[in-house]
Design a protein around this ligand. Sequence first.
Ligand SMILES: [Ca+2]
Length: 317
Amino acid sequence: MKHLILLLLAAPFLLFAQTPKERRDNLLKNPDLPSLLKAVADDNAIIRHTAVRLLAQREDATTQLVALLKSTDPLVRRGALQALCLKNAATVELLGDMMDDTDVNVRLIAVSQLAADKPAKGKQLEILEKTARKEKNAAVRDIASKAIWPFYRNTVLLRNRSDWDHDVKVVQDILLPAADWRFSLDENNQGHLNNWFKTNFDDSAWKTIPIAVTWEDAGFKYDGLAWYRKSFKAPSKPEKFNAVELHFESVDECAWVWLNGIYIGQHDLGTSGWQTPFSLDITKEIKWDADNVIVVRILDTAGAGGIYKPVHLQVLE
Ligand SMILES: [Ca+2]
């Protein structure tokens, strides 16, 4: 009897004295729900990880995982959110709440999940728009910005049209003026939200730089987003033509282009696209014998950037 009492008295102490390795081994041997929920609050980070991982594998722990999103431990919140995303159990509302998390890795998981379901709409779109505007972390903001980028167009060029059997000849090749393009950095990716692509946007406060040189050579040591705007006079309408294109000898690195306020297409090959020429069809958008406004948004992630080679207006037959 005396021995039994001693044993009973010592038992909590013995349990308390378990090493983290022993506690983890016990958990792995006996991963029942109560043990797991206790272990997510363990002092030891590895045990907390193990517990969240084991909870994530269970079919019956969704409610518990949602509750763990309120844990004070970012590692636990991260693991729980990841698990809920994998289970498709993270609602838009829940992901929106997690966008206010103090831990950037939690926000990365949440924004990636929000961005995955395309096209973004309703509350999801609202959260992504807010993140694109307000988020402090650039990686999180970029994911949101890409997910809600509203401009895409893929016009098949004349020479690529399957119904076009003729040779394509450039019958007029006019260089756009290289001097005096309006230029503005767009460090926070707000340009398109502020109508910088529109014809009547007032760019008089912007700097003036030439194209056909890198923006570094024009005085801007900068990597990121920037916009160019230029008004140019188009020639009078040719009697005969089959298409009109803007031909870019190259931009460094990606480009999104508008003519007269209308989005005409993109050159978006990532970092490798900086020396690839491209053309965009403007047959419907050009205004003959009148002023036209070309707007080019450029993303340059490293090294030199900008419209560093000439831009041509090409009339094709
Ligand atoms: Ca570059």
